[in-house]
Design a protein around this ligand. Sequence first.
Ligand SMILES: C[S@@+](CC[C@H](N)C(=O)[O-])C[C@H]1O[C@@H](n2cnc3c(N)ncnc32)[C@H](O)[C@@H]1O
Length: 168
Amino acid sequence: MSWKNTKRWEKIVERTDWQKRSKDIASYIQPNSVVLEFGCYDQSLKTYLPEGCRYIGSDLYARGEDTLVCDLDAEELADFPVADVAVFAGVLEYVKNVGKVLDRLTTEQIVCTYALRPPFPYHTKRNEFERLFTERGYKLETFTNGTSRTSYNSPEWHLWHWRKDDTS
Ligand SMILES: C[S@@+](CC[C@H](N)C(=O)[O-])C[C@H]1O[C@@H](n2cnc3c(N)ncnc32)[C@H](O)[C@@H]1O
């Protein structure tokens, strides 16, 4: 399998490990938030969100008619919808220029997972990855080793919860 072949995600197959990860991510989100998820796949996050949340799913492929279809690797990125929290689970490893995506974000919070090692097409050192967020005014709230939290059967990955630093 080529890790760069995005075609493999066109068709949804049940991934209970990813659903577990979505459930874990939902625990970082407050009730009544507007949640914008990139790389939303089967949109399982939506089913785990706390009360009163509004969910906007975005992906390379339409996952139902209300999906915001968007290639995060596109030369020109359109403006993203206004939201409180942006979620990126298992997708930033496939994006060449994460900083360019973050430049488009206006959300107060970001919950993301990222693998710091191969075999993913793009990976970087933890401090370089984190600098992309801190340089844009986000402050780290939580960092966890995601693999141990969900027994996710995949190469090592981690979870970050970021919040806009009002003092910066
Ligand atoms: C590994 S799956 C992750 C699914 C799910 N978010 C999870 O881990 O819980 C990667 C998802 O990101 C999407 N994706 C991959 N490359 C992308 C890109 N350049 N722009 C937008 N979405 C992308 C895929 O279509 C797929 O739905």
